[in-house]
Design a protein around this ligand. Structure first.
Ligand SMILES: NC(=O)c1ccc[n+]([C@@H]2O[C@H](COP(=O)([O-])OP(=O)(O)OC[C@H]3O[C@@H](n4cnc5c(N)ncnc54)[C@H](OP(=O)(O)O)[C@@H]3O)[C@@H](O)[C@H]2O)c1
Length: 267
């Protein structure tokens, strides 16, 4: 992982779950971290934990749905550390409702704003600096960006959108030697399931998942680090996710069944 030493890395969604675990995994490698999310006090407590390991991260609270705040985040990171090498677009949110049971259709807009528009705003702000440094954009998408998932239609749509966007950007940036790394986690134990918006537009508050059977955020982060370090193209964290890509082509009804079963069983 020597490739990551001294790299200046922005991580969005660093206050919880996968983003937080990734920050804790990167800090000991000598990375200069910029921790972002909306909840500043949780970011400060993470920064404190990281500082105890000898690193000195920057905290910048920002909402990725605001173009202005995305620009300020990038500017502040560059001002503070003098450069930017890697942008990890990780902030995200989800839903948990069948489409025809939704009472609040703006759930779909909210999810698209955070999961799709947010990464595009932030990446646009960061690109001049990333091009200068032959840097890297990491997008934390989902296996829901590779296949349909019942009760997650709006989430799956946002993740398909973001994968399509960053697959296109990868080609645009090839001559600039800016890498684009797509991470597709399967279910991970984090806050996202409790925070998922239900049919009425409110967070569920309790997880519908079988938590003991999920990959932990720390395990997910551990899988991500070598892929980021080697500027890899794609990480799919589960075997069913990897097989699912082939099944979608050759046995699409089977992958639909697997997705239905995964949601019904909660793991
Ligand atoms: N957990 C899974 O099963 C799973 C599976 C596949 C993909 N993923 C993806 O992994 C990424 C991380 O999710 P997670 O599971 O770690 O979820 P999480 O524990 O709920 O963390 C989500 C993070 O995103 C931040 N966030 C949410 N809305 C934001 C906004 N508008 N602006 C800035 N930050 C915002 C949250 O912080 P604040 O509330 O402080 O802003 C939090 O730090 C997401 O993109 C998710 O879609 C997760």
């Amino acid at each position: 992982m020597e490739g990551l030493t001294d790299k200046v890395i922005i991580i969005t969604g660093a206050s919880e779950g996968i983003g937080r675990a990734l920050a804790l995994a990167l800090a000991p490698l000598g990375c200069k971290l910029v921790l972002s999310a909306r909840n500043e006090s949780r970011l400060l407590s993470l920064a404190h934990e990281i500082a105890n390991q000898g690193a000195d991260p920057l905290v910048f609270a920002a909402d990725v749905t605001s173009q202005t705040q995305c620009k300020e985040l990038v500017e502040t990171a560059i001002e503070h550390f003098g450069r930017l090498d890697i942008l990890v677009n990780n902030a995200g949110m989800t839903m948990w409702s069948k489409f025809d049971e939704l009472n609040e259709l703006d759930i779909l807009d909210r999810i698209m704003q955070v999961n799709y528009f947010g990464p595009t705003y932030l990446t646009h702000a960061a690109l001049p600096e990333l091009k200068k440094n032959q840097g890297q954009v990491v997008i934390v998408a989902s296996v829901a960006g590779l296949t349909g998932v019942p009760t997650r239609s709006g989430y799956a749509a946002s993740k398909h959108a973001v994968i399509g966007f960053f697959d296109s950007l990868r080609i645009e940036l090839a001559d600039d030697n800016v890498a684009v790394t797509t991470i597709c986690p399967d279910f991970v134990l984090s806050e996202i399931h409790k925070r998922a918006l239900g049919a009425n537009g409110q967070p569920l508050g309790a997880t519908p998942m079988q938590e003991s059977k999920l990959l932990t955020a720390e395990e997910c982060a551990k899988m991500m680090v070598p892929v980021i370090s080697s500027r890899g193209r794609l990480l799919i964290t589960s075997l069913r996710g990897r097989l699912g890509r082939l099944l979608k082509l050759f046995a699409p009804r089977l992958i639909d069944k697997i997705a239905r079963r995964a949601i019904a069983s909660g793991h």
